[in-house]
Design a protein around this ligand. Structure first.
Ligand code: GLU
Length: 303
């Protein structure tokens, strides 16, 4: 696989989307991102690392952190997690309140906000520091000791977090949180507000390409658990556009409103693309285009 050539082609295609989509501003601190930034990186399972554009520039990880909270909660606590959260696509926006009422406080999947709040709660019980566990895992796998929560973004999320607070209180009213709502929200905002780069994310996410094995060869989870996470990423990882993402890109992936998308080519590589302008579903226009280009030109997807 000629990754430098593929990345150059993906960058050209992504840059041609300039002007399409809008930078997220419902969290005010995200609105200052440079809309024309673009970066992309690949980490292969045999240790090669490639990047183009702004691939080493930090951006707000946002919902991509939900992949890591899920992985760590499963790694520490096992399958019991699935009693409190489902694994079906929601068919609703990521921050919707509607479904929770009819489904008695059990969120549809771990990647919508409601589901991520439940997973954060469980990780908090298991580790005592959910956001710290995510941050430390990202630091260890990426080898970047400076990676951390951006306090300004976390404060901005908290100040404008009425919807997440409503979700958390509603889940708590159904006894599906084990920790105080305030603590769950604090850890949720702190892991969403981690500043990281395409480089860091491909290194941290490549355990899913290695079927559950970490960079040092130790096992975070079994092969079967890694398969399951990849499956939920494929069906639920890119908001209410997971079908379109699967159609265009054909890889498991997780997006965030910071404009990043981390995708997995099982057995081969982790790929991350970033561009702050988002489409109506909340996925980065440039990142989806870049990943679409990479899998189309290489013929490499899970299908
Ligand atoms: N922290 C963001 C929120 O709760 C995450 C949204 C996202 O990236 O999907 O709204």
């Amino acid at each position: 696989m000629d990754y430098p050539r593929l990345l150059a082609a993906a960058e050209r295609a992504a840059r041609a989307t300039t002007g399409q989509g809008r930078v997220a501003d419902y969290i005010p601190a995200l609105a200052s991102a440079d809309p024309e930034s673009f970066g992309m990186a690949v980490a292969t399972v045999d240790g090669r690392l490639y990047g183009v554009g702004d691939w080493e520039r930090p951006f707000s990880v946002q919902s991509i952190s939900k992949l890591f909270t899920l992985a760590l909660a499963l790694a520490h606590g096992g399958d019991g997690l699935w009693q409190g959260v489902g694994r079906e696509p929601s068919g609703n926006p990521f921050n919707s309140l509607v479904q929770l009422e009819t489904e008695h406080g059990i969120p549809r999947n771990p990647f919508i906000n409601a589901g991520a709040l439940v997973v954060t709660d469980r990780l908090l019980s298991l580790t005592g520091d959910a956001a710290g566990a995510v941050r430390d895992f990202l630091r260890q796998e990426s080898g970047n000791p400076l990676l951390d929560t951006d306090a300004e973004v976390a404060a901005s999320e908290a100040a404008h977090g009425h919807r997440n607070a409503a979700l958390a209180h509603f889940i708590a009213s159904h006894d599906n949180l084990h920790n105080p709502v305030e603590a769950v929200l604090e850890h949720y905002y702190a892991h969403c507000a981690i500043a990281t780069s395409c480089r860091d994310l491909v290194l941290a996410g490549s355990f899913l390409a290695r079927h559950g094995a970490r960079a040092d060869g130790s096992r975070l989870m079994s092969r079967s658990e890694a398969k399951r996470i990849n499956s939920v990423l494929l069906t639920c990882g890119t908001y209410d556009a997971a079908g379109d993402f699967a159609y265009r890109v054909g890889l498991p992936g997780k997006s965030g409103v910071g404009g990043g998308i981390l995708a997995i080519i099982p057995g081969r590589a982790a790929v991350c693309a970033w561009g702050p302008r988002l489409d109506r579903a909340g996925n980065s226009v440039a990142a989806v285009t870049a990943l679409d280009t990479l899998t189309t030109l290489s013929g490499c997807s899970v299908f």
